[in-house]
Design a protein around this ligand. Structure first.
Ligand code: ZN
Length: 81
């Protein structure tokens, strides 16, 4: 499974760490995640766990996007002052 997205200055390591904390309830394994360029490669023990990891990574991406947007707005507002 590969997640592709355009580089938005997101901290991929935060996303990676977030998802890597998950444990498969069936196989008691963590996903293996590697950062390749601006993509995240997922290796999961089973399809079901892969879906869970995907859901979690969507949330993690959402959090990171929100953070980077908030930071960008912060910079803009500072300039306006
Ligand atoms: Zn599994």
């Amino acid at each position: 499974m590969v997640l592709k997205y355009k580089d938005m200055g997101l901290n991929l390591n935060n996303i990676k760490n977030d998802v890597q904390r998950l444990t498969c309830s069936v196989h008691d394994k963590h996903p293996t995640i590697t950062i390749v360029g601006s993509n995240l490669n997922f290796e999961c023990c089973c399809e079901k766990f892969k879906e869970i990891c995907l859901e979690k990574s969507k949330k993690a991406f959402g959090n990171e996007i929100q953070k980077s947007v908030t930071e960008s707005f912060g910079k803009v507002f500072k300039k306006l002052k």
